[in-house]
Design a protein around this ligand. Sequence first.
Ligand SMILES: Cc1cc2nc3c(=O)[nH]c(=O)nc-3n(C[C@H](O)[C@H](O)[C@H](O)COP(=O)(O)O)c2cc1C
Length: 350
Amino acid sequence: MTLLETLGIDLPIIQAPMAGVATPAMAAAVSNAGALGSLGLAGTTAEGARRMIAAVRERSRRSLHVNVFCYAPPGRDEQRETAWLERLRPHFERHGAMPPSVLNDHYRTFLTDEAMLRALLEEQPRVVSFHLGLPSAERIRALRDRGIVLLASATNVADACAAEQAGMHAVVAQGYEAGGHRGVFDPDAEDSRLGTLALTRLLVRRLSVPVIAAGGIMDGAGIAAALRLGASAAQLGTAFIACPESDADRGYREALASDAAHHTVITRAISGRPARCLRNRFTQLGAHLSPQQVPPYPIAYDAAKALNAAAKAAHETGYGSQWAGQGAPLARVLPAAELVATLARELQQA
Ligand SMILES: Cc1cc2nc3c(=O)[nH]c(=O)nc-3n(C[C@H](O)[C@H](O)[C@H](O)COP(=O)(O)O)c2cc1C
């Protein structure tokens, strides 16, 4: 069986699951156009996930891919969190606000989220993927036993081999170019920063399951290049941010269309984990910090969301989590279905 048959799609194109950006309308439009539409559930409760999945199913009967984050629950360090809030204080004050007195852990890692596991087992999306790590063998077995296709992002060969051994049906080779959170399993290990080209080739040579290339792929020529390297499909995130179906706000869309798109930066200052973002006020404040200064994911994210809300209330949009990959200047403002049709046409021409 080919990967496309396993995923139940016609085109070797996956719209990346993007928490906070990909919507049910986007996923449905992409799936109906023959590619794989996806939802990022990382910022959502199990109930929210069920609602999002239902909203896709109202619009599409085709394959759906949903994604959860698998990170170790964060260690709390009061001293570090207080110091972090003090560092952010002038940025809050500049916008007439005060930093929160404490930081909260609003998100749940899939590693321990029983309600989310139940929701996935009951809703049975065709594809479930994992980012930032892998769940337990029991969870993987339970999902596989329901016939759900499993994927995991990997940024290096060791993580990819672990994903294959754990029972993934395919592995997403996420290169350093990629927008959003880097899928590194251990955020404190030295990052080998492999680009999409080298990583895809390394994984194609090493793994026996199919490889999906991700990072900096923006058009049919990029997808064709990934396929030539031996990838079975390409996963594109940044290419879909400017679609009208996306949840990106006005500031994010304007930044994506600006010079900032030429200067994406990896920062952990926003969420607590390394992620690629358009250069903005937040990436600038995060420059030259040591990883130890920033609270871990998702504790730091709580501060970032409060600061972004305060700044936006004062009409400053430069503190958003404006994730984007190195191909950002190539993003097109097209409805998702039209973008998929354009990518398919370009791929054929390439
Ligand atoms: C706005 C945005 C949000 C993202 N959110 C997620 C996510 O929730 N889960 C996930 O596995 N990957 C996420 N990613 C990473 C993508 O899966 C993929 O690796 C990346 O988009 C590929 O690089 P590209 O953006 O250059 O296409 C996100 C990427 C972007 C741009």
